[in-house]
Design a protein around this ligand. Structure first.
Ligand code: GAR
Length: 214
């Protein structure tokens, strides 16, 4: 962390924004030594933008362009400029449902993190909690990882386990995974803001010993 100024986050999301809220609350409580510089969404009426505006944070919808699962070139440029102008140190994907590609990844290499609702590398991609439920696993959870050019494939920063109960439905399981995410993501972002994370190839080491495996 640069001690001259706060560690600045750019948060990207497409959905209701509960992970963003957990992060914003952890920041407000002083648990995460950072500030939210900007919140961006590819969904104009998303909850995450409403939550950011309710907190008087800079929040912008940027149209994603013509593709369904990624940003088109013009949109990618607009996202990169907005994040650079906001001078972000870390990009936090909080339910951003588009895959980030080349120029975006190059602009913020090693500085993009994501949260995923399974214990990666199991069940990458969409509706991971439902994939886990349908597979019949007894334990699942959530993962915070660095973003690389693959889908949910970058080095793992932290994981938290969630048991699958006999009377679970995909929805009840999803709700408990969400609750675990709200604990895990602020802890991981705090560690990144403290500069206590070291990446050695695929292995991410927590220098202060605050190991994150739930
Ligand atoms: C979270 O469960 C997150 O793990 C998932 O979207 C949800 C967003 O919820 N992300 C992915 O599946 C990305 N592959 P939120 O908008 O309430 O934070």
């Amino acid at each position: 962390m640069n001690s001259d100024r706060p560690f600045r986050l750019g948060v990207l999301g497409s959905g209701k924004g509960s992970n963003f809220v957990a992060l914003a609350e952890a920041i407000a409580q002083g648990v995460v030594p950072a500030e939210v510089a900007i919140v961006l969404s590819d969904v104009e009426d998303s909850g995450i933008l409403a939550q950011a505006r309710a907190r008087q944070l800079m929040a912008r919808y940027i149209a994603p362009g013509k593709f369904r699962t990624k940003l088109d070139e013009e949109a990618e440029r607009a996202y990169v400029s907005a994040l650079q102008e906001a001078r972000v140190d870390l990009i936090v994907l909080a339910g951003f449902m588009r895959v980030l590609k080349g120029d975006f990844l190059r602009a913020f290499e090693g500085r993009i993190v994501n949260i995923h609702p399974s214990l990666l590398p199991c069940f990458p991609g969409l509706e991971a909690w439902k994939q886990a439920f349908d597979h019949g696993v007894k334990v699942t959870g959530c993962t915070v990882h660095f973003v690389d050019a693959g889908v949910d494939s970058g080095p793992i920063i932290g994981q938290q386990t969630v048991p699958v109960l006999d009377d679970d439905t995909p929805e009840t399981l999803h709700a408990r995974i969400h609750a675990a995410e709200h604990e895990l993501y602020p802890r991981c972002v705090a560690a990144l803001a403290h500069g206590s994370i070291v990446v050695r190839g695929r292995r991410v080491v927590w220098k202060r010993g605050d190991l994150v495996v739930g």
